[in-house]
Design a protein around this ligand. Structure first.
Ligand code: ATP
Ligand code: MG
Length: 362
């Protein structure tokens, strides 16, 4: 008798949980469908995370920003444009030369659709990379329209994702050029250190040249301070200097140095899946919110029309949409049919300051 009561209680709880999950799933499907139907969404925003300086937090920013967009319940695609493949391994995918990747996209050997991988986050997809991508720099050197390969490859997907985030290599090479030609805007991560501005005039010159020759609508999404320790005088000085230089292009959100951000990739997870309450995860959720709000104001829409708010500190594996087994994607899964789910591992042209002016500041 005692056992039967326990068993009935257990069944009752399971029944409740199942109902709760079903309701949550239906809400998500409904929301995602309405988000996709909005005029804002039909634009789809492509953001290249770029800085030719190495180790400034590009990949950490690309992974965690993309994951935070997805957790805010908008369909997001992360494209690994770096032969180091850190965004790929950071989401838990083992290196596999056979897998369709960004290399195949640039070489015209596969469509972006064929390269899509689903991830642990319900609304986040990945186009992986492999070290063979380094060959594309050479193989494309005499190819027609070599700067437009990524733009053309991503064009069929643009109306299916609200955000497409491109993780660039630490070089101003053909791979970064392809990402910048494909992008609507560049997000520049910078480390809050004394030499933060070093090399930035070169990046800004490159952006200007790309605007002049290939992509007149390329904007600057923002400059984000990474590995930032607000307690130090030096960090405050660097921030003041960047603020003077970049004005409202300097993101209000700064990313602190946080061990969880460094640990998460070795677990194949974005920080908000690894430790949703960590300062690192929270800062990228805030950054995503800041970018969504800016976007919304650019389109004259309230942020809530773009996406439902995902408040910092309240994300749990449940509402971050942890990987589910079947048909739980709110929309027909992009790439359905690629079978590629293997897993283990406004157009505003800003004025940019002249390089000479930049050097003074640097
Ligand atoms: P590369 O130029 O090689 O592509 P990157 O600019 O993509 O590098 P990341 O790989 O994101 O830089 O970061 C460099 C290192 O710093 C990594 O080990 C990463 O885990 C760590 N890191 C990045 N951001 C933070 C942070 N906010 N707190 C702590 N560690 C961080
Ligand atoms: Mg990187």
């Amino acid at each position: 008798m005692f056992l039967k009561e326990h068993f009935d209680g257990f069944l009752h709880i399971i029944h409740h949980l199942a109902q709760h999950l079903l309701i949550e799933l239906r809400c998500k499907q409904k929301y995602a469908a309405s988000a996709l139907a909005s005029p804002y969404n039909s634009m789809g925003r492509v953001i290249a995370v770029a800085n030719q300086k190495g180790g400034v937090g590009k990949t950490t920013t690309a992974i965690n920003l993309a994951a935070s967009f997805a957790a805010a319940e908008v369909n997001t695609l992360l494209v690994d444009c770096d032969p180091q493949s850190n965004a790929t391994s950071g989401l838990g995918f083992v290196k596999d030369p056979e897998r369709v990747s960004s290399y195949h996209l640039l070489m015209g050997a596969a469509s972006a659709e064929e390269a899509l991988l689903t991830t642990d986050l319900e609304q986040l997809w990945l186009i992986p990379s492999h070290k063979n991508l380094i060959g594309a720099n050479l193989e494309l050197v005499d190819a027609d329209g070599r700067e437009f390969r990524m733009r053309e490859a991503l064009a069929p997907l643009r109306d299916r994702f609200q955000f497409i985030v491109l993780d660039c290599p630490p070089a101003l090479d053909l791979l970064t050029l392809n990402a910048l030609v494909a992008a609507d805007a560049v997000l520049i991560p910078m480390q809050g250190e004394y030499f933060a501005l070093e090399g930035i005039s070169e990046l800004l010159d490159t952006i200007e040249r790309i605007r002049a020759s290939f992509n007149p609508e390329l904007g600057i999404e923002g400059v984000v301070l990474t590995m930032f320790d607000e307690r130090t005088n030096l960090a405050q000085q660097v921030m003041t200097e960047l603020k003077n230089f970049f004005d409202d292009k300097l993101c209000q959100t700064t990313v602190p140095r946080n061990i969880r951000l460094a640990e998460a990739p070795s677990h194949g997870k974005a920080a908000l899946m690894y430790d949703p309450r960590s300062k690192g995860a929270e800062s990228y959720i805030r950054l995503a919110k800041e970018i969504i709000e800016r976007q919304a104001s650019g389109f004259g829409l309230p942020a809530s029309a773009v996406t439902k708010e995902a408040p910092a500190g309240t994300l749990t594996p449940e509402n971050t949409g942890e990987r589910r087994e079947e048909s739980l994607t709110p929309l027909p899964a992009p790439g359905a049919g690629s079978g590629n789910t293997e897993r283990n591992e406004e157009t505003v042209v800003e004025e940019i300051p002249a390089a000479a002016e930049m050097d003074k500041t640097a």
